[in-house]
Design a protein around this ligand. Structure first.
Ligand SMILES: Cc1ncc(COP(=O)(O)O)c(C=O)c1O
Length: 382
C-alpha cells in the first residue's frame, strides 16, 4: 500500500516540477494586477468606492449571467447579508449541510438563527435533495407565516446549500423542493466561481449566490466576496445594506435601518478585476492538472474524486477518496512529511462546540466522506 502512496507523491511532485514545498492552493498573478493596483493609488480611490468596484460587479454579472452583483468585503459577510435579505430573523432556522467550511454555519449564527444540518450526496459532496425532501416531509409544517419545524416550532427561514470544492450540488432539485415549502434558497457558491450545472452558472439558482475571493480560491481579491442575483432587486438590496443602508442624498447622512460596512475596497477590486480578466486561463490550467492527476491515480487503488454528472467544474480543489480513515491518515502523514501539503476535508459542523446541539438528520454520507476525503495541491500552473 505505501509503495502506492509513494508513486502518487512522486507524481504530484512531477506535476509541479519542483523540489520545494508544494502548497495546497496559491494565487498566481498573470495579468494587469500591478498596473491596476498602481492606478488605484494614482487615482487616490483606494477605499470603498471606485471604478474597479463597478467594473468587478459588471465582470461578475457577465461571468455568471446574472442581472446584478454587489462586491463585498468577503464571502462570509456576503452570506450573512444574503440570509438577512432572505428574511432570516433571530430565532429562525436555516437548513444547510454539516460538511462545509465553518463560515457557512457562522453566517447563519451571525443572524442569530440556528443551522439545521441535512446530509450531502456522496458524489457531489453538496446538500442532498433526497435528504432535504425527507427532512421536510418529517418535520416541515407549512403555515400562513411560512414553513415551521414541527420539532422545534421555529420558522425555517432559508436553505443554504454549498457547492463543495466547486462541484455543483443538485441545485435545481433543491430549489424546486424549497419552492414547494416556500423556503428561499441562498447559494453558498464561495468555492464555485466558473462552475455551472446543466449549463447554468453557480449563483444563479438561488435568490442570491455568494462567491469568495479569499487568497485560496481559484482567483483572489486578496480578500473579498461578490453577491449575485438574477433578480436585480436582491443585489440592489445587498448593495444598500452593505453600504451602511445609506439612502442616497447629496450631503445628508440618511440611514433608515441598521446596515453594515461590508463594501469591497477599490484596491481589492483592482486586483480582482485583473484576475477576472484571466479567469479562463486559470480554469484551463487547472483542468490540465486534473487530467495529470487522473492518469496518476488510475494506476493506484486510491480514487481521485471524479466530476459529478451535469457539472461543468471550475477544478478549484481536487480531492482523493481513501478506503478508510486509517489509509487516509497514512497518506496525510507521508505527503505532508515529504513537503506536499494535503489536508482532510472539514470536520462536520456538529462536531464543533458552538453547533453541537443543532438538529441534524442521519448524516451517513457526510460521515463517510469526513473519514476519507483528502484535498490535493491544486494551484494553477503557468
Ligand atoms: C464554503 C465556503 N463558504 C464561505 C466561505 C467564506 O468566504 P471568505 O473567506 O471570503 O469569507 C468560504 C471560504 O473561505 C468557503 O469555502
Amino acid at each position: 500500500m505505501s509503495n502506492n502512496f509513494e508513486a502518487i507523491i512522486r507524481g504530484i511532485r512531477k506535476s509541479f516540477n519542483t523540489k520545494e514545498f508544494i502548497p495546497l492552493h496559491v494565487p498566481q498573478f498573470w495579468g494587469k494586477e500591478k498596473e491596476n493596483l498602481l492606478d488605484t493609488i494614482d487615482s487616490t480611490f483606494v477605499s470603498s468606492v471606485g471604478a474597479f468596484v463597478n467594473k468587478v460587479e459588471e465582470q461578475m454579472t457577465d461571468l455568471t449571467k446574472t442581472a446584478k452583483a454587489a462586491a463585498v468585503v468577503n464571502g462570509t459577510a456576503g452570506l450573512q447579508v444574503s440570509l438577512r435579505i432572505a428574511g432570516v430573523n433571530p430565532g429562525d432556522e436555516v437548513l444547510t449541510q454539516a460538511l462545509t467550511f465553518v463560515a457557512t454555519a457562522n453566517s447563519i449564527a451571525y443572524n442569530h438563527a440556528s443551522p439545521v444540518f441535512i446530509d450531502v450526496d456522496k458524489d457531489t459532496m453538496g446538500l442532498s435533495p433526497i435528504a432535504l425532501k425527507n427532512f421536510l416531509e418529517e418535520f416541515g409544517d407549512l403555515r400562513e407565516e411560512g414553513c415551521f419545524n414541527k420539532k422545534t416550532n421555529k420558522r425555517i427561514a432559508a436553505c443554504m446549500p454549498m457547492h463543495t470544492f466547486g462541484f455543483m450540488c443538485r441545485i435545481d432539485e433543491i430549489v424546486a423542493i424549497c419552492d414547494d415549502w416556500e423556503i428561499p434558497v441562498v447559494e453558498d457558491a464561495a468555492e464555485a466561481l466558473g462552475s455551472s450545472y446543466k449549463g447554468i452558472s453557480a449563483g444563479k439558482f438561488g435568490q442570491t449566490g455568494v462567491f469568495s475571493f479569499n487568497g485560496n480560491k481559484i482567483i483572489t481579491a486578496g480578500g473579498g466576496g461578490v453577491i449575485v442575483s438574477r433578480e436585480p432587486e436582491f443585489a440592489e438590496k445587498a448593495k444598500y445594506l452593505t453600504t451602511t443602508a445609506k439612502v442616497p442624498h447629496k450631503w445628508e447622512y440618511v440611514h433608515q435601518e441598521m446596515g453594515y460596512n461590508f463594501r469591497m475596497p477599490n484596491l481589492n477590486a483592482a486586483l480582482l478585476s485583473a484576475q477576472l480578466d484571466n479567469f479562463d486561463h486559470y480554469k484551463s490550467s487547472k483542468a490540465e492538472l486534473y487530467l495529470e492527476y487522473k492518469a496518476l491515480f488510475e494506476g493506484s487503488n486510491v480514487e481521485l474524486v471524479s466530476i459529478p454528472k451535469d457539472t461543468n467544474w471550475n477544478y478549484w480543489l481536487m480531492s482523493a477518496c481513501f478506503e478508510d480513515k486509517k489509509e487516509r491518515d497514512v497518506f496525510l502523514e507521508k505527503s505532508n512529511e515529504s513537503g506536499i501539503m494535503t489536508r482532510p476535508i472539514w470536520q462536520l459542523m456538529y462536531r464543533l462546540p458552538m453547533y453541537e446541539n443543532c438538529q441534524k438528520d442521519e448524516q451517513l454520507n457526510a460521515e463517510f466522506l469526513e473519514q476519507r476525503i483528502v484535498n490535493m495541491p491544486s494551484s494553477a500552473r503557468k
